[in-house]
Design a protein around this ligand. Structure first.
Ligand SMILES: [Cu+2]
Length: 119
């Protein structure tokens, strides 16, 4: 338990420490062409099955397939959604396709989720 606490604290520290660095990098690269910056938010696409929905908290539990662009294996996990409205009508057992955007060092937001097309 103690080790987990330290790890989280370290993550928080790293996230805070990275902020001024990022700002400095942005200044240095202000002459770069759009799209050339590393800061551009990458969207990752995945598919899976809904395990549970917590509409009030804006959370969804998904059993998702591998997401190569994130180096993720298949797993079951909770996701925070960017907009709670996207959870409307989603039910456990439903197959879905979704987009994920990285919102922090270890934070991921679902920016789009929709029932998967039947195969
Ligand atoms: Cu996952």
């Amino acid at each position: 338990m103690k080790r987990v606490t330290v790890t989280v604290a370290q993550f928080a520290f790293l996230a805070l420490a990275a902020l001024p660095l990022q700002a400095a990098e942005m200044k240095d690269t202000s002459g770069m062409k759009p799209g050339a910056s590393k800061a551009t938010t990458q969207v990752h696409n995945g598919s899976g099955t809904v395990k549970g929905v917590d509409a009030n908290a804006g959370k969804i539990n998904l059993s998702h397939g591998a997401i190569p662009s994130l180096n993720w294996p298949a797993m079951t996990m909770d996701f925070q959604v960017k907009d709670k409205a996207v959870l409307k009508g989603l039910k456990p057992g439903q197959n879905v396709e979704f987009d994920i955007a990285q919102a922090g060092q270890s934070q991921f937001l679902i920016t789009r989720i929709a029932p998967a097309a039947r195969k």
